[in-house]
Design a protein around this ligand. Sequence first.
Ligand code: G
Ligand code: G
Ligand code: MN
Ligand code: NA
Length: 250
Amino acid sequence: MAMERDLRRALENEEFELYYQPQIRLHDQQVIGMEALIRWRHPEKGMVSPSLFIPVAEQTGMIIPINEWVIRTACEQTKQLLDRFPDLSVSINLSPYEFESRRFVDKLARLLADAGLPPHHLDLEITERMTMDTERALDILSKLKGLGVTISMDDFGTGYSSLSYLTDLPIDRLKIDRSFVQHIQGKKDVILPAIIRLGHNIGVKVLAEGVETETEAAYLQGKRCDEAQGYYFSPPLPYDELVRFLNEQR
Ligand code: G
Ligand code: G
Ligand code: MN
Ligand code: NA
């Protein structure tokens, strides 16, 4: 497959780059971390969106070396920031393939050790879809938690699973999907406060994604949402610009 060859070459030629979107704690507006988002600077096509190549990478198995690169790079770059910003943590998006791989826990431990990043500075984003088999998810998640990393449930509210499983899973944070935030001014207003309360009732932090306006940020803070991420605070930034953003915040 042409795209698979392209992806392999992209890794070898260092065409991938990580962007980082800051995550803000609402009550004091402090940056508490950032989500790493991969970008592909294709020599002919320009910037290729991950929504185009991640599915191909997953089908071809190229997701394994690509995400190894993502984790290594995110850990190394975050490690470099800890001297100046000791409380930061970096979130990475896991794909179902690695989540289910028996070797992933060992690999993650090795990547953290290689980078010298204390594990509590790494957050793994999983989706509801990955936890449909609750027993299996419990087993994998408890091993990952055993390393000392944290777990976030990404795109929360868009999945198919029943809510009953949530209390059983050792997760640290719900990331509310941006589709709920976009409805703040509309009729679905009841959903957001309900999700925030649900998160707090099961003892996890709640982050709202896709916050684009001051009105949305203020509303969420009023509803006691813990954290937020979105264009209102910052788009995903190249590493150098992230460093600048962090320095300007202090
Ligand atoms: O940043 P952007 O909106 O273009 O990302 C599109 C999608 O690609 C998002 O759903 C995001 O979760 C996913 N994505 C971004 N970076 C990675 C990555 O490193 N690994 C995986 N598996 N998915 C990613
Ligand atoms: O699925 P995941 O949540 O990992 O995807 C994150 C994606 O959301 C990234 O591709 C990022 O570019 C995009 N994104 C980040 N902030 C905003 C925002 O405020 N509005 C919109 N529409 N998209 C956003
Ligand atoms: Mn995400
Ligand atoms: Na999301």
